[in-house]
Design a protein around this ligand. Sequence first.
Ligand code: ADP
Ligand code: MG
Length: 602
Amino acid sequence: MVVWRRIRALPSWAPPLLVAVVLVSVPLMDLGMATTRQIQLACVLALVVSGLNLSLGYGGELALGQAAMYAAGAYTAGLLSQAGHTDLVVQLLAAGAVALGVGVLTGIPGLRLGSWSLAMTSFFLVLLVPDIMAIFGGPTGGRNGLSGMEPPTLFGADLDGDGFYVVIAVVTVGWFAVMRNLVASRHGIAFRTLKQSPVLAASQGVSVFRMKLLAYAIGAFPAGLAGALFANTDLFISPEAFGFTFATAVLAAAILGGVASVYGAAVGAAVMQFGPNQSTAFQEYALLFYGGFLIVGGVLLSGGLTRVGRLVVAGLDTRAGLHRPVEPGEPTVPSFDDLDGAVLDVEGIEKSFGGNRALRGVRLDARPGKVTALIGPNGSGKTTLLNMICGFYRADAGRILVGDAETTNLPPHRVASTGIARTFQTPAVPEHVTVLEAVASGRYTVDRASMFSAVLRLPAHRRATQADRREARRILDIVGMAHLRNEIATDLPLGMRRMLEVARAVVARPRVLLFDEVASGLDENELVRLAEVIRALRDAGATVVLVEHNFRLVLELADEIVVLAQGEVIAEGTPAEIGRHPRVLREYLGADVVGSDREEAR
Ligand code: ADP
Ligand code: MG
């Protein structure tokens, strides 16, 4: 256990660094040609799998086009080599760029069409590759394969077998470092948010289309690199190498290693390469094996070997007791810096789902420094109204204004950038992120720092990350969750997840806040805290719209109450007015509920 503790105390980059050093120094170990070649092929496979992980594990888009991009990279390198451009740097850059291009070109139509289209288009793309290559005769060699490649060079110098191996190892290590930096950055958390809920990502101002395209296209890049390296391994490529069997092997390796992990790709690729791919008998039944594995593995191995590893580590971890959350400090009365609230003006909004008229001429006027409550029975259209305000549905008629700007029918990420933030009736919290990271993710579009700066850890990225963390800490302090900031966000109980959503909505300093049933599932203490937080937000000048079932909380907090029934506003007024409105009492609350509420209040 002492050894174990020592290992645990190492920084998280140490084990991968050790593996990287070993990998690069394989030529010194005298492992023999066959083993070195296997490692080489495992590196190539790992690069392709890593690209799939980015779009599937992080972007949440099942896209199998990696085999096609791999082919594009291989043929780019092959043709360049035939033409006498043997320098590997030139070939790698060209192959990466061509693969990126294929990714963007095939990603745009697939993603534009939405839902499963990208999975379908990329699947067909892979099926087409061998045939496309076969059709082209000439320099690609058609079905016979591309031959006549010259041995690779590096910066004008000839490369021997060991030299080429080191290039492969360095490119692989380099890409995994890029991937690690990207995934651990604020962009990586944005990808996880997107995977968890595109609706949530859009409500934070993220263009879902752009973000998914980025994941898919960036994931194409390592596949292109892998193609170029593969082409130079045997100086021969044939269309069969890029067919459906390869695509399935990539998917199987991804799932085996765990799609939502950086190094899972390397683990999965290594197991595939050193296990099944070794035997020739296997090659014949490869597709059968991969198919079978995907069915069984897809069901049993969610999270892949990486998850198994993590569970083992967690089980062995004797320090578990040490990172228990610290006890909450003395609760302070929350107070926020001034917020620049905006008038939210909803006029005559109509919305039908088929024959169901969910909203009929709804109007709502929420003002800065006020809490406007929206109440009504289940199914009366409250959530639909919030979704309309956020731009998730198109209005059949009516207008929505935030301040002076009309937002009617803008796409959701554009609406969010006018300063609207919200929480969800069912909390949406990305997996594998800490509370602090989850709250900080609310600021993703507030500060901009490119993915490029994140990969290289440039000052722009560091500044944005520091600001994210500072603001998130401050807000967590205010809502009384500072002691939970290093917990995994999805492990929190429901009440705390709701509070986390409030913090995440507030961290971007929004002008309008929409809370959808934030109080349900909260215990007494949490309710008190929530009420204080909402009051503090109001006092800071925010425009707060509160959808709530807890009538006592509404009476206590609201300045204005709007009552919806069957998609129509049936009453609006102050709590006192609503509390004695005959139709509200009859239709919504029922005399009993009010009676018992009053009794409790006494
Ligand atoms: P509330 O939040 O007040 O409980 P909702 O706004 O969720 O009510 O629902 C209002 C009505 O609109 C319900 O009849 C519901 O079935 C319908 N509705 C909401 N969203 C959709 C949708 N995406 N497609 C079809 N019907 C919907
Ligand atoms: Mg609702």
